[in-house]
Design a protein around this ligand. Structure first.
Ligand SMILES: [Mn+2]
Length: 352
């Protein structure tokens, strides 16, 4: 396991010097944020991230994310230019030593929550999703004043309505075709640079606002991996995204896809499933619905040696900053992850 930590670049309140002091920390997970989605990343910006990371004694080998332009997901003729840009980004990142690229194929909305600072019983705050609040929002009605936290603020309300409207003719089947087209273009380039492409599951793992969402569970992950049957076409197993639905047996999926050698990156975090949605919780198994030790055992026993990072943390100890991405609770998560891996590795060694 290679322990990693997400860092939002020089704008991030959490510093590389702080991250480096987390025991066992190895790699930084970051991205170039100075160009719009779909454009080519400058070699200077990539190099700057690499040298800052390495000067702090950490490795620059995981990117999250290289965003997929909506025209690729929509299958528009203009996708060819964006696909070429995507391949060029893979080449440039490969030249800079990157080994793993996380991305997602969610239409319009990335992760969706209804509140980013929901108070939990212990006085900490976390991100939550309550279905009745989502149901009140209709992005096709520009007069609706409701927006959800975490929405891409680069869209105007009209822009958002337009892009959501474009998806009205995109069925799940069509989205699959567009994903296949994307993979057939990018995986050969990734393979040439020995970069593992690692798709993140849809978060949450169900359709929202009538938009198609296809990277949601076991059947879909099987299909995805078979679209281009190359180990460079793999997964970011996001325990919280899969685990917010009781239909997904996350320990089983961790074991299954680790055994196939298709998990390249793991986001470890816990969620509490509720009748009307879910709440993000501390990483510890007893704080939520997921058996974190069973997930890690499934990885370790099946030879997983990819990247792992603590995922969203709560805000604790009065910290303020980017919701889900403070230092303290993610550092506690990292320490817990270290403990789980040490235990699972020793248990496995004792069996042999
Ligand atoms: Mn995730």
């Amino acid at each position: 396991m290679k322990l990693s930590f997400r860092w939002y670049g020089e704008e991030d309140k959490v510093t590389l010097e702080q991250i480096r002091q987390i025991p066992g920390m190895r790699s930084i997970v970051t991205a170039v944020y100075d160009v719009p989605p779909g454009e080519v990343w400058s070699r200077e910006s990539i190099q700057r991230l690499k040298s800052l990371t390495e000067q702090a004694g950490l490795s620059f080998d995981v990117i999250e994310s290289v965003p997929v332009h909506e025209d690729i997901k929509l299958g528009l003729p203009t996708r060819e230019r964006y696909l070429e840009n995507y391949c060029e980004n893979i080449r440039r990142l490969g030249e800079a030593g990157v080994k793993c690229i996380c991305y997602n194929f969610m239409p319009v909305f990335d992760w969706t929550r209804t509140q980013l600072d929901h108070p939990l019983g212990d006085g900490s705050t976390s991100l939550v999703y309550y279905q009745e609040q989502v149901d009140k929002v209709n992005p096709l009605q520009s007069e609706s004043d409701l927006t959800l936290p975490g929405w891409d603020s680069s869209y105007t309300r009209e822009g958002l309505r337009d892009v959501v409207e474009k998806y009205q003719s995109i069925t799940e089947e069509k989205l699959w075709e567009n994903l296949r087209y994307f993979l057939q273009k990018v995986i050969p380039v990734a393979a040439q640079y020995d970069i593992n492409m690692a798709i993140h599951q849809d978060d949450p793992c169900w359709s929202i606002f009538g938009l198609p969402r296809i990277v949601t569970g076991e059947k879909e992950l099987d299909k995805l991996l078979s679209l281009v049957d190359d180990p460079h076409n793999g997964l970011t197993l996001c325990c919280g995204s899969l685990g917010c639905s009781a239909k997904n047996d996350v320990p089983k999926l961790a074991a299954k896809y680790a055994k196939m050698g298709r998990i390249h990156f793991v986001h470890l975090r816990n969620v509490q499933i509720l009748p009307n949605g879910f709440e993000e919780r501390a990483h510890l198994s007893s704080c939520g619905s997921l058996d974190m030790y069973a997930i890690v055992k499934g990885l370790v026993e099946n030879g997983f040696d990819g990247y792992v990072r603590p995922d969203h943390g709560r805000m604790i100890w009065g910290e303020t900053g980017r919701p889900g991405y403070g230092l303290y609770d993610r550092a506690l998560g990292a320490a817990y992850i270290n403990g789980l891996f040490e235990a699972a590795q020793k248990e496995l060694a004792a069996k042999k």
